[in-house]
Design a protein around this ligand. Sequence first.
Ligand SMILES: [Zn+2]
Length: 208
Amino acid sequence: MNGYHYSPLGHIEVICGSMFSGKSEELIRRLRRAQIARQRVMIFKPALDDRYGEDEIVSHSQQRIPAFVTRGSADILDHLGDRTQVVGIDEVQFFDSGVVEVCNRLANMGLRVVVAGLDQDYRGVPFENVAQLMAIAEYVTKTLAVCARCGAPANRSQRLIASDERIVVGASGMYEARCRRCFDPEPQAQFAIPLEQAAPTAPTQKPD
Ligand SMILES: [Zn+2]
């Protein structure tokens, strides 16, 4: 034993769950431990707008760690340092599908790859990248939030605003964590039709 957990054998760790479940928190915790063990760590996150370059990952509890903002999965390989031992990727569900192969390649090269992301979208449909990464990973951690309605363990992200875009970036006020029972995958209907039009029409009189 060398006193820390870095192993020359690469592997993939997936941290996934709903919004507000502490995924980034757990990612930051693991990467901080690797840094304390003096491993060379690089962290990547996807660009959701025009931002590119140096940035940081911030958890809901304001834990921060420097990260590189990438335009796509190929950027990860382009910017990887020669001696990097641990690669962290946040918001992996927002990367292109090539990220699965990139993670696999890095693990095959002997790197420890820790990814965090949403496992399901606002309809409860799995994000493809995360589903595939869970299948090929050595370690999967499911983080659970607390249901905003009933307090039960929650694994769904309830969208509170009207949009059928798969990705609407935001946090408090736009989404809340819900359990399986309280989750409503089709709340769109209540926003899509103005209330007066949605009122049931009077039944037509049956002709005699
Ligand atoms: Zn609930």
